[in-house]
Design a binder for this molecule. Sequence first.
Ligand code: SF4
Length: 146
Amino acid sequence: MLQQIHTAKVPGWHKRRFWQVLHSIPHYISELRDIDSLREAIDWAYFKNPYFFKLRKYPPRATVEFTNHCNFGCGYCPRSLMARPEGNMDVKFFESLAADLDEKGCSVLKIGGLGEPVLHPEFPQMMAALGGQANEGLSLHQRNTV
Ligand code: SF4
């Protein structure tokens, strides 16, 4: 049902999705190259295919989208299919989330999603919210164009 609604809204989305997946392959290869231990490999596999594992109480990896505003329009980006409104994450909410992720053992925190993180109007405060929790597992996905 959801798929029918989706195709009705965006004609040709199957073809676009195929190209998006194809463009993701180098990204997956680089992620695999960064794995340093069996534990990280298991966490990565769980993150990508959780239905093959016993469900954990908390995700070992998380992606946080500071904002879904973007000043680019890359052809392969699923942002072109985004139906939700543009907005920014609340700093207080992120402070609470970051503390929770750290406490529950989330090993990889990716700042990215369908937007350019540094376009968040309170980006320095968002990064400061990580405080001492910033570790090797933190990755910031941005383009250095802002
Ligand atoms: S979110 Fe990233 S991939 Fe998508 S349009 Fe912006 S820069 Fe391009």
